[in-house]
Design a protein around this ligand. Sequence first.
Ligand code: F6R
Length: 261
Amino acid sequence: MEIIIVASPAEVGRVAAAKVATVVAQNPSAVIGLATGSSPQGIYVDLRRRVQAGEITFAHARGFALDEYVGIPLEHPESYASVIARDVVAPLGFEPTRVSVPDGRAVDLESAAKDYDAAIRAAGGIDVQILGIGANGHIGFNEPTSSFASRTRIKTLAPLTRQDNARFFDSIEQVPMHCMTQGLGTILEARQVVLVAHGSAKAQAVAAAIEGPLSSFVPGSALQLHEHATVVLDEEAAADLQLADYYRYTYANKPAWQVEH
Ligand code: F6R
């Protein structure tokens, strides 16, 4: 796992965006796994800058959102379908029909979840998956004790997750109780994963995921099993890492040919 510690949330976004941009520059029809929430916003801002500068285009790329709430209408401004359309598809210039979001409104949710995994496979698999991490260590909405083998499915949001996401709604009661999320097994099949975190609220979860034991209790620790995982952190999110100096040393001495710009 590559751990990159940088000075600010904006720099987190820029460094992580460079990873995604490299994939898209090499393969304009790349399949991108899209996270929502606050953490990846800096990535999308920097990718937009690159699109505007003519460095890359998402016109031929394919996108799969990581998760969706169950129990709110599609047109709700905080449905992840709305968020992805607003924050990712429009600003980056994706072709809307080439971006999928789990169908949290399906009558048969179990079939819809299976179909989602099948659609990812049919698209050739995800080339680069963007991830944030919850304060309880979740990635996607794989809450603690999610199986490392899990596939896209319905989950119950942990009370802490509902509390953390209440900022997007008028009250905690409005935060849905359930979601459909790519499983940890689904996420681990992506060819590359880039996880971003900033702020002290994430420090404990980040340290447990990177340096703690492999445990379904900390779903983010599943990334230790991935052969191409990068974690980009600001100083606050990196504060509890025991080997922070080593990660800085490694990054500072990274061979020039391995550095994305
Ligand atoms: C979002 C997602 C979640 C968030 C996590 C952190 O699609 O799957 O895992 O990445 O809850 O959320 P923020 O970034 O809002 O702190």
